[in-house]
Design a protein around this ligand. Structure first.
Ligand code: MG
Length: 256
């Protein structure tokens, strides 16, 4: 069901979004060669607790995986696309890229955002992947306004990513958000202009392009959570929670 938020709902969503943005800013400060991804997760969880909020991903269940997701962040390194599990043994190396996706709820409302960070100095190819994926997030955001459609967002993203020679992750999509982490509608990172649900003021959605350097095929690791590129190429992921307004989008997770 698509839900529309009134000004009281939006106060709470802005609050949740600010907390999520603060987590990503903290992650940006902490990411460096030698740090393990569980240390990042612990710091994220501490911040969420200090704010009186709840981690949105920790304990998240899906029917096809026997164990709930254990982290406050998803920490996906290099060929890992999304849902990487934070671990003491996963130590970041100079030249890695790490996608950190995180969500939090406060007063019953959710925020959700992601950013791929460079660990130290990265290769030109990896930098280009990050640049294109970040740009695709913003062309997607610029397609958001009252009267536009879900297909307009996906089309805008696809039009940047595919000509660049990169692949799109088509198995995972953005989504509505509000009192639940995942609400209708789905927001795919590809589409046909004018197709799909029409955006209206008060809708809140997550736009989150996931891009890979190689072929458009993904697989799951043995832990059943971590999604990786099938060919071992790199992946990047950027996300904002947005409010649809009359003339555009308000970013509710201002992490940049
Ligand atoms: Mg999301």
């Amino acid at each position: 069901m698509i839900t529309f938020k009134n000004s009281r709902d939006l106060e709470k969503m802005r609050h949740a979004g600010r907390i999520v943005a603060d987590i990503l800013k903290l992650m940006r400060d902490m990411v460096r060669p030698g740090i393990d991804t569980l240390t990042l997760d612990e710091a994220a969880e501490n911040l969420v607790n200090k704010e009186g909020a709840k981690p949105a991903f920790k304990g998240y269940k899906v029917p096809w995986v026997p164990v709930p997701f254990p982290g406050t962040i998803c920490a996906s390194v290099n060929d890992e696309i999304v849902h990487g599990i934070p671990s003491r043994g996963r130590i970041l190396q100079e030249g890695d890229i790490i996608s950190i996706d995180t969500g939090a709820s406060i007063d019953g409302y959710y925020g959700d955002a992601a950013c791929t960070f460079a660990v130290g100095k990265i290769s030109e190819n990896r930098q280009r992947l990050l640049d294109i994926t970040f740009e695709s997030l913003h062309v997607g955001i610029r397609a958001v306004r009252s009267g536009a459609t879900i297909g307009d967002i996906g089309y805008a993203i696809e039009k940047i990513v595919i000509p660049s020679g990169f692949g799109l992750v088509r198995d995972y999509a953005g989504h509505g958000i509000g009192r639940r982490l995942h609400e209708a509608p789905q927001v795919p990172n590809y589409g046909t202009p004018g197709s799909g649900v029409t955006l209206r003021p008060g809708m809140t959605i997550c736009v989150e392009p996931m891009v890979m350097s190689g072929a458009e095929e993904v697989k799951n690791l043995m832990d059943q959570w971590t999604v990786v590129t099938a060919d071992g190429g790199d992946a990047a992921h950027f996300e904002h929670t947005l409010l649809v307004t009359d003339d555009g989008a308000e970013i509710l997770t201002p992490w940049e």
